[in-house]
Design a binder for this molecule. Structure first.
Ligand SMILES: Nc1ncnc2c1ncn2[C@@H]1O[C@H](COP(=O)(O)OP(=O)(O)OP(=O)(O)O)[C@@H](O)[C@H]1O
Length: 466
């Protein structure tokens, strides 16, 4: 499966790379604006500077940390970053990881087997709270990740950055949430020796680092909690060069906090925004933009902008029909794609077993494919068709994106479209569409379609009834 190719940096990227020095810099921009590419160029430049400095001080190697949000992106970045850093191989100790893996390795703890148990217990507690259960679980994970454990009582007063206004959470309801769900959850974890992923972040925040990192890149930082960011800061050398890549318009987990709260100082001269969309055609960005319309974003977010694209292309296709017919349609489309040179991502809200029919159809028709979800090692072979959940597709890109079987049953929100989870869902689907360089096919069965597909304006897609 192909990865990001080396590119000639554009003036906006060169300006950013030149201005990134010790301290923290923020790279913002919409999907496809070259944030990761620019951060990797900055990584190389900052590592060169650190290696020179440390060599003079006789303190080599330079410690470099690259954090990606999930395993697929981690393994993808591993290939690209190792190539980018080849010149410094002997002078650098580079660690490319997800946050959780980095924490587990650094703390030398045995895995996080009890995290699922913790989530189930939290869901059980959430059922009796007068709000939708999955919203309550998200909210508890949000507040636990946002505040250090000793400051949880601040939750009723804080501005719930990144959580939207619906459903409303007035102070008295938040206090009740603390008393009736959060405190019993924490007590249960303690008495049963169970740990969740926030405990891992908190342990990292408090750990005494064996060594500190000289150069750090945090990709997709919009989906890290404040505690995870505090942990990164804790492990940064005093004169570290930290580059944070973020786009809150692509946030898909319950996160959000002002940078300063996580101990990160961003001065305006070190806060950059990339404006050109290098990846999408105007038609693809128009579709992604229509699904993002009206989504509340803060200053760290950039909505897809067709005006920022450099190419026109084919109108995305919305196929309507039974799942078997959708599958036959995309398999036929595959026959017209040059799979030696171009990549195809089959993306879906669900993973694993959901893809069984897709796997069977690809096998039957002789197409070679690979599984990208959770891939610890990027599949280096010739298979240019990848299967992946939407969550795992964050940060990746494909020439062609196929999202079929988009059914209402896979949406985790109810019928109320003013639900904050509806916006999260829109961001997720728009993010998936934004992975595509050339074409997009969405597929659904009439009558069982995802509610948000109704938001697609006429003319944005070519509708094909099967
Ligand atoms: N200077 C450039 N010239 C040509 N293509 C470029 C340039 N910079 C980046 N690209 C291409 O743009 C695409 C998007 O880049 P990248 O993945 O870095 O964007 P991103 O902003 O991190 O995207 P996302 O937020 O969606 O993950 C890639 O195909 C990359 O190779």
């Amino acid at each position: 499966m192909r990865v990001l190719k080396r590119v000639q940096p554009t003036p906006e990227q060169i300006t950013i790379v030149r201005r990134i020095q010790t301290g923290t810099s923020l790279i913002r921009g919409a999907a496809g604006s070259g944030k990761t590419t620019t951060a990797l160029l900055a990584l190389r430049a900052a590592t060169g500077a650190a290696v020179n400095q440390l060599r003079n001080d006789n303190r080599l190697p330079a410690n470099v940390l690259v954090l990606a949000f999930n395993n697929s992106l981690r393994s993808y970045l591993q290939v690209v970053a190792e190539d980018e850093m080849a010149d410094y191989a002997g002078d650098v100790r580079m660690y490319i990881s997800t946050f959780d893996r980095w924490a587990i390795d650094t703390l030398n703890t045995s895995g996080m087997n009890s995290a699922n148990e913790a989530r189930s217990y939290l869901s059980r507690l959430a059922i009796s709270f007068p709000r939708d259960t999955s919203f309550v679980v998200d909210e508890v994970e949000y507040l636990l990740g946002r505040l250090p454990p000793e400051r949880l009582d601040e939750y009723p007063m804080i501005r719930r950055s990144g959580r939207g206004g619906s459903p409303a959470m007035p102070n008295d309801v938040r206090k009740k949430l603390l008393d009736e769900v959060v405190v019993p959850y924490l007590e249960w974890k303690q008495s049963n020796g169970v740990r969740d992923f926030n405990d891992l972040a908190v342990d990292m925040m408090r750990a005494e680092p064996e060594f500190k990192y000289d150069v750090i890149v945090v990709d997709e930082a919009q989906d890290l909690s404040a505690n995870q960011l505090r942990a990164v800061v804790r492990h940064a050398a005093e004169d570290a060069t930290i580059t944070i890549v973020t786009d809150s318009a692509q946030r898909i987990y319950p996160r959000g906090a002002p940078w300063s709260e996580a101990g990160i100082e961003i001065v305006p001269t070190r806060s950059f925004r990339l404006n050109i969309n290098y990846r999408n055609t105007r038609e693809i960005a128009t579709l992604a933009a229509s699904l993002s319309d009206g989504i509340n974003i803060d200053d760290d977010g950039s909505l897809p902008d067709p005006g920022a694209c450099q190419r026109n292309g084919r109108l995305p296709t919305l196929i309507l029909g039974k799942f078997g017919h959708q599958l036959a349609y995309v398999v036929d489309r595959l026959r017209h794609i040059d799979l030696e040179r171009e990549t195809v991502g089959f993306l879906h809200l669900k993973g694993g077993g959901w893809f069984d029919d897709v796997r069977a159809a690809l096998n039957y028709n002789g197409f070679v494919f690979c599984e990208l979800q959770g891939a610890h090692v990027w599949p280096a072979g010739a298979a240019n068709i990848g299967l992946c959940t939407l969550h795992s597709a964050k940060g990746l890109e494909f020439d062609h994106v196929f999202m079929i079987g988009l059914a209402a049953q896979h949406a985790s929100y109810g019928k109320a479209l003013d639900d904050d989870r509806y916006d999260t869902h829109r961001r997720l689907i728009a993010m998936g569409i934004g992975r595509a360089r050339q074409t997009v096919i969405l597929g659904t069965k009439p009558g069982e379609h995802l509610p948000l597909l109704q938001a697609i304006p006429a003319g944005t897609v070519e509708v094909v009834k099967l």
